[in-house]
Design a protein around this ligand. Structure first.
Ligand code: PSU
Ligand code: MN
Length: 320
């Protein structure tokens, strides 16, 4: 199998070479998830949070046909302002590359590229899921099937109630994707700390999560792990307020026959407008919170990987 050439930034290449902690970031959140200039400010702030917590950020995107792992500030800025950029899930990458286009990568595409790049941890805001009404529309995000096939650990704040949360959890169960809530018994709903659904598992430290990643990988299931990190209490929105806003946006998407890959960007933009920007403020806070956790996990994972290499040195093996 030939592998696509990846364009690494110098700092990401150096960190990967040294086994230092790296956190992947997606770019659809920049191109289709937030309005300009909040998208650019957030992208920069999230990278800074990752550095403050001891890891190197690797924002992933397609620029002029090349897959970039780690962006220069000018590239981030161009993506944030571009209007003709594709929203690329994994299946869109090949066509965009061949016609030398540019794309923001969704969770599914970013997981795929992170795996090729050797990056195990990826932070985002919310993953896609099973949409409300999926029993007739069949709208299930490729993020979920990718989680069932690619061994990247994705840190999110749960899923928004633009989606059918119980069906999303059922689908991930079928796909054999472990769902671990960080410091909570409940599965969070993005803007709020609980969806009313229990998470399958709870772990309370980045070190435990890193150990679970290593254990999961050793089992060879080949699936990703979804870490659900509740939005900080101070930034959470009231369920009554946001659920009403979301229902209005979903009803509008239906009445305007918005379909396929346009559904999620439409809903995000509409919820931002209908909430007078409150959803965007919460979204920015939770992405930073996820970036901090992901960086701490990456630091713990790098330490565990380094110590297991030492303990598996020829000397310690022959001592058994
Ligand atoms: N949910 C959000 N913000 C986002 C997205 C989802 O709260 O920016 C983006 C992510 O890139 C995610 C994609 O991978 O939307 C899912 O799109 P779809 O539902 O079309 O699969
Ligand atoms: Mn969809």
């Amino acid at each position: 199998m030939t592998r696509p050439a990846l364009k690494f930034s110098d700092d990401v290449a150096a960190a990967l070479e040294a086994g230092a902690p790296v956190v992947a970031l997606e770019s659809t959140i920049i191109t289709h998830g937030m309005p300009y200039p909040a998208n650019l400010e957030t992208a920069r702030a999230v990278e800074a949070v990752i550095r403050e917590n001891g890891a190197v950020p690797a924002t992933i995107a397609v620029i002029d046909g090349a897959i970039h792992v780690g962006l220069m500030d000018a590239e981030l800025e161009a993506l944030a302002q571009a209007s003709e950029v594709v929203k690329a899930s994994g299946r869109d990458l090949a066509a965009v590359m061949v016609r030398k286009g540019s794309a923001g990568t969704t969770v599914s595409a970013t997981m795929r590229i992170a795996e090729l790049a050797g990056i195990k941890i990826f932070a985002t805001g919310g993953v896609g899921g099973v949409h409300r009404g999926a029993e007739s529309s069949f709208d299930i995000s490729a993020d979920l099937t990718e989680l069932g096939h690619t061994g990247t650990t994705v840190v999110c704040a749960g899923v928004k109630s633009i989606l059918d949360i119980p069906k999303t959890l059922e689908f991930l169960e079928t796909q054999r994707v472990p769902i671990i809530a960080y410091g909570s018994d409940d599965f969070p709903a993005f803007f709020t700390r609980s969806s009313g659904e229990k998470a399958d598992h709870r772990l309370d430290t980045p070190e435990e999560i890193a150990a679970a990643m290593i254990a999961h990988e050793s089992l060879g299931s080949g699936t990703g792990i979804l870490i659900a990190n509740p939005i900080p209490e101070a930034d959470a929105l009231s369920p009554e307020f946001i659920d009403g806003t979301i229902s209005d946006a979903v009803a509008e998407a239906e009445s305007r026959s918005i379909q396929r890959k346009d559904v999620t960007p439409f809903l995000l933009a509409r919820i931002n407008e209908l909430s007078d920007g409150k959803s965007l403020t919460a979204n920015i806070a939770l992405v930073k919170n996820n970036a901090a956790l992901a960086a701490r996990m990456a630091v713990a994972h790098a330490a565990l990987t380094a110590s297991s290499k030492t303990s598996q040195s020829p000397a310690s093996r022959s001592a058994k």
